[in-house]
Design a protein around this ligand. Structure first.
Ligand code: GLN
Ligand code: ZN
Length: 768
């Protein structure tokens, strides 16, 4: 029986790659130094996997920015607009072209936009979206993979296994940059290049090639299924003496099972953490020649593997296939998990004993093999840890469980219907039509960040720190009053991050020192870990909201993060369904909303930035998700009086397919991101005749550019063509945390002017 790994984190144990890339971009180190950092990380990674006793070790899984972008460079899929970069950058520096594609290029009189970036399936990792044209050609443009394999082979010998993004997923995850063709049809032109690459790798001595085809576990059209069949037949017929391994993950194969097991390949990898139930069907249909790689160790979470559970699956497979045809593996690339738990000296040792990061997961894979081969001591030790977690007082709070178990319809309902609430709220707040507001945060300047850093280091007392934050808050309020915004915010200066801030105050969360995972390029995130039942020991935001409200006669919005967003941006428990954890968080947030109301706050915003990204990959699973996600939001909002106005905010606003669920959240006001699309995204709300109030963003906060008043008036006019003008609010797309003050001020002044003009020019009487 073999063990394998599908991919390893490449940021380096101390985020060396991030630092080196950023230094390279800033011109502080040269290409040689950058590559040296990369070489060191790769060799360390290979050595770690070798030491863990893994049989097939990935290479070419390293990337300076993103593995899909690497694939585009390898295959020569370079959008036309970068050709001037090619001729300008020094000879032999494909890496500058590569970074230009990733980040845009503004140098030497050139100004070229970056390629689009989007989430890698349902993870928080972002890849660079390949751009295809009708006449797209493919050829080996960048030879990196061959060099990678050679260096891996020197260290790992036959254990080195090159990894490629599979041809079908590569096409499906890209986009058509012009009309008149379907990118999946490019498969015929693409596969010959894969044949060439695989044959060259074979000549270099590789035994295996791993092809990642996550799309094989998604809903596929007939044509897409045919493309899989065609591609692998084409390749298999033209390469020989090399074993092809197709890796699927993040979902079950379901209706694609027959297709997948009948591909002419040597081994198939399936994700048995996400979808353990698929094993039975795969075993029922598997042909005699196929080896099966069992992804039993969770590559996307931080928990110790439950060996007994995994062994049940492994033994079932062995029974049918024999040990020779079974491979043990993590569920997916370990790219999505933090690197090493050993360095986390501050985590409570009891809880730490329930956890595993990438390095520990490799050991788990290897220990599972040893247990199958007869080492039962390893199993006993694991059982103890799993049992400890199952019974621990640190995890279980009966009162929290009871509250969630006892959810009633009433918990998720406001007292009256929207129209009744709206009337009461209008009477109470007496806002003008087209009321103006912002989404919550104001620029987090270096000064603010330094305050926090100094406070954490003990260089400032709590009193000094809070006084400085108070001053920043007061300044922001004065300034909002001056420019004439209608509903004010306190600015979120006291918050490091919209999830971390709440996690730090809720019970059931822990934070790591170094648990970084790559989000995109050099950007890494350090998600909180939810290990136990979630409760709220004390008020979390009341102190700051009350302080802010006391500084002004105007309405001050309370500002909270919603339960789905907190869940989505954390590592979550795997010992209970996600919806149970979400509901626990929902009750904690609900109590905070009520506390804000009691403190006199009339308007509370509950951000659900991540509700859309939690959507399951398979359509059939979506209704259930939307049900509990919307239900959790309704719990947070369900405890207040009719006269209290609940806002929600969402960033990415492609809502066509889920608009009825957005409406079911029943927020009094929703603010969304629509300026870049020129209000196109509002169509979904218009078609649906969205009944509540809505603030379509008129200011693109992802750019330092200051939109003019006229521009924003015309966006408002567009919005008023689509939705009743009396329902419209005026606000930016999102929070202003990442912006600088000068452009923020200029843009918001223009925005307030735009609202004033809209009040004069756009009638709010009309009914659409
Ligand atoms: N209230 C948050 C802010 O303004 C919302 C951020 C977000 O939606 N991502 O920063
Ligand atoms: Zn947002």
């Amino acid at each position: 029986m073999l063990t394998q790994n599908l991919g390893y984190p490449r940021i380096g144990s101390q985020r060396q790659l991030k630092k080196a890339c950023e230094q390279y971009w800033a011109g502080k180190i040269d290409q040689k130094e950058l590559k040296e950092v990369a070489r060191k990380i790769k060799e360390d990674n290979w050595q770690t996997q070798l030491d863990a006793g893994i049989d097939l070790i990935p290479c070419n899984d390293f990337s300076f920015y993103d593995q899909v972008l690497d694939t585009s460079l390898m295959l020569g899929v370079i959008p036309q607009r970068y050709s001037p970069v090619l001729s300008q950058v020094k000879a032999n520096s494909e890496i500058d072209l590569y970074f230009a594609m990733a980040r845009g290029y503004q140098k030497d009189g050139l100004d070229i936009t970056a390629m689009e970036m989007t989430k890698w399936l349902d993870t928080n990792y972002h890849y660079i979206v390949p751009e295809f044209t009708a006449g797209q050609e493919f050829r080996i443009f960048h030879e990196n993979v061959f060099g990678e394999y050679n260096s891996a082979k020197q260290l790992l010998g036959q254990k080195a296994k090159p990894v490629l993004v599979g041809p079908v997923s590569y096409l499906l995850l890209g986009k058509e940059k012009e009309q008149g063709f379907e990118r999946i049809d490019l498969i015929k032109k693409l596969v010959p290049v894969y044949v060439e690459i695989i044959n060259r790798l074979k000549q270099q001595g590789t035994e295996w090639v791993q092809l990642d085809e996550p799309c094989l576990a998604l809903d596929l059209t007939k044509k897409e299924k045919e493309a899989f069949d065609f591609a692998y037949r084409y390749i298999a017929n033209r390469v020989s003496g090399v074993k092809l391994l197709v890796a699927t993950y993040f979902e079950a194969l379901l209706d694609n099972t027959e297709l997948a097991v009948n591909l002419p390949i040597k081994a198939l990898h399936i994700d048995l953490v996400r979808a353990p139930e698929q094993l039975d069907e795969v075993l029922a249909l598997i042909p005699d020649h196929l080896q099966l790689s069992l992804g039993v160790v969770d590559g996307r979470n931080v928990w110790k593997n439950d060996y007994e559970k995994s062994l049940n699956l492994i033994n079932k497979a062995i029974e049918k296939l024999g040990t020779d045809r079974v491979i043990i593996a993590p569920s997916c690339s370990l790219l999505h998990s933090p690197i090493d738990l050993d360095g986390e000296i501050a985590i409570d040792s009891e809880i730490k004993n329930w956890m595993a990061f990438a390095k520990q997961k490799l050991n788990e894979v290897s220990e599972l093999k040893q247990i199958v081969e007869g080492n039962s001591d390893l199993l006993e030790a694991n059982k103890k840890a799993i049992e400890g977690r199952r019974l621990s007082q640190k995890v279980h709070k009966q009162a929290v469980k009871d509250r969630v178990a006892g959810i009633t319809e009433a918990d998720g309902s406001r007292q009256s219907a929207f129209l009744v609430r709206q009337q009461l709220q209008h009477e109470r707040f007496n806002l003008p039509s087209f009321p103006t507001t912002t989404i919550g945060s104001f620029p987090q300047t270096d000064d603010i960040r330094q305050l926090r850093a100094k406070f954490k280091k003990g260089e400032l007392t709590l009193e000094q720190y809070e006084q400085a934050i108070e001053q920043a808050t007061i300044d922001a309020i004065r300034w909002q009053e001056e420019i004439g915004l209608d509903v004010l915010v306190h600015g979120e200066f006291e918050r490091n991050d919209m999830v971390e801030y709440f996690g730090e105050q809720l019970e059931g969360f822990l934070f790591t020192k170094n648990g970084w995972v790559q989000s995109y390029g050099s950007r890494c995130v350090k998600p909180p870990v939810i290990y136990g039942d979630v409760s709220r020991p004390e008020d979390m935001t009341v102190r700051w909201s009350k302080f802010a409200a006391a500084q002004t006669q105007k309405q001050m919005k309370g500002m909270l993060t919603g339960p789905v967003t907190i869940l989505q941006w954390s590592f979550v428990r795997d010992d209970q369904p996600r919806e149970v954890t979400t509901n626990q968080i929902a009750f904690a947030i609900r109590d905070e909303v009520v506390a804000l109301e009691q403190a006199g706050i009339g308007i509370v915003q509950i951000d659900e930035a991540a509700i859309r990204e939690g959507l399951p990959l398979r359509k059939a699973k979506r209704p259930h998700y939307l049900d509990w996600a919307v239900g959790a939001f309704r719990i947070t909002a369900g405890g207040v009086q009719d006269r209290t106005q609940i806002h929600t905010h969402m960033c990415y606003s492609e809502f066509n397919d889920i608009i009825e669920h957005i409406a079911a959240m029943d927020a009094d006001v929703i603010t969304i991101e629509t300026s870049r699309s020129q209000m196109e995204l509002l169509q979904a709300f218009a078609h649906f005749e969205y009944p509540n109030e809505i603030g379509p963003g008129v200011y693109d906060i992802h750019s330092p550019r200051v939109p003019s008043t006229e521009e924003m008036v015309s966006l408002l006019a567009k919005a008023a063509d689509l939705l009743p003008a009396r329902h419209l609010w005026v606000n930016p797309d999102c929070g202003l945390k990442t912006r600088k003050w000068p452009e923020t001020k200029a843009a918001l002044e223009n925005m307030v002017a735009a609202a004033k003009q809209a009040r004069e020019q756009i009638s709010t009487e009309s009914v659409i």
